[in-house]
Design a protein around this ligand. Structure first.
Ligand code: GLA
Length: 349
């Protein structure tokens, strides 16, 4: 008979060191969760994690599907879960080009008529005010703006409806509105491909110019959707150094380490190969060794998921292809990568 994940875990986590204790002096250990995984993965969340990030439940489309309609149930359930356990919550995310409903950008719900700048900014302010005030005291840090920087080409900012309608001031305004709504919350700019040198410089330049104008930005979130081959540890080091040189905190906000390279479109594997797991262990060891070098500036390391049975990478970039990117396997048992990370947390005497 197939063992359930919970049964496997109960028997096996006993002797396992706890991530949140191993890194207690260094940073918060987080996981992205949803309404299902706060139940199905509570075994691991309770033991290893002291921070959670709602995976989709605090995105614009989830919380604010229509102009005067807010839907807080799912986000509230996650906040309650965290509160009951004394866990921290990272709010994700207030302003993003994805998962934002069309009504936000259009006049009277007509997709052919874009909203004007004042209307869009007023909607953004109303959204931020309502959401940030609701979770004051529960959410200690917000990803205020997500992925506003362009991946390729000379443009610094990504071409989005926010930018086209409101101009680049939308970014500063988002931070200002969030700060007004909760002066105690830590406010982050969050992005991916964050170690790639050209994009790193754009992110650095954007945040530097915000800080120079007195905009309340307290941290840079490095999503860390990485894989067995990229990025190189030196690029990670360079990115952390560059971001930290601005005097802001750095958090690893969405970490996973895919077993596939970018170009690998294989779909036939039912299990990760031994070689993949060996490389993944080595990669996690390298990554955490770099994080430890920067423990003074890194205040959180959050994984995008809890265990390999539930990961967004099963659907991205290839649909219905299993991936195994996390520290716990599909039965919630610690992987070799987990042991490498745990070992690093305890430097040899
Ligand atoms: C991005 C977003 C996250 C999530 C992940 C993939 O990195 O910031 O909210 O959507 O992609 O799931």
């Amino acid at each position: 008979m197939e063992q359930t994940p919970a049964a496997a875990t109960a028997a096996e986590t006993g002797a396992t060191p706890k991530l949140r204790e191993l890194f207690r002096e260094d940073w918060l250990v987080g996981a992205a969760v949803n309404r299902d995984t706060i139940v199905s993965h509570a075994d691991l969340l309770d033991v290893h994690f002291n921070s959670v990030t709602p995976e989709n439940e605090m995105k614009f489309a989830s919380l604010h599907p229509a102009e005067n309609v807010y839907a807080f149930d799912d986000a509230d359930a996650i906040v309650r879960f965290a509160r009951e356990r004394g866990m921290n919550v990272r709010g994700h995310t207030l302003v993003w080009h994805n998962q934002t409903p069309d009504w936000v950008f259009s006049e009277d719900g007509d997709p052919d008529r874009p909203a004007d700048r004042d209307t869009l900014l007023a909607r953004m302010k109303a959204h931020i005010d309502t959401v940030v005030r609701r979770y004051r005291g529960d959410v200690y840090a917000w990803d205020v703006v997500n992925e506003a920087v362009a991946d390729e080409g000379p443009d610094v900012l990504r071409d989005t409806k926010w930018l086209r309608i409101a101009g680049e001031a939308y970014i500063a305004k988002a931070f200002e509105y969030a700060h007004e709504a909760d002066p105690d919350a830590l406010l982050f700019y969050n992005d991916y491909n964050e170690c790639q040198p050209a994009k790193r410089e754009k992110i650095y330049g954007l945040v530097r110019s915000l800080l120079e104008r007195g905009v309340p930005v307290h941290g840079i979130g490095m999503q860390a959707h990485w894989n067995l081959f990229t990025p190189a540890p030196n690029d990670i080091r360079a990115a952390i150094e560059r971001y930290a040189s601005l005097g802001v905190q750095v958090q690893i906000t969405e970490m996973d380490v895919s077993v596939y390279g970018h170009e690998d479109r294989r779909t036939d594997l039912r299990e990760p190969t031994g070689e993949m797991l060996r490389l993944q262990e080595e990669r996690y060891r390298q990554f955490f060794a770099v994080f430890r070098e920067y423990r003074d500036v890194i205040s959180g390391v959050t994984f995008w998921g809890v265990a390999d049975d539930r990961t967004w990478l099963d659907h991205f970039p290839v649909r219905s292809r299993k991936d195994w990117p996390l520290l716990f396997d599909t039965r919630h048992r610690p992987k070799a990568a987990f042991r490498a990370v745990a070992e690093l947390a305890r430097p040899k005497p």
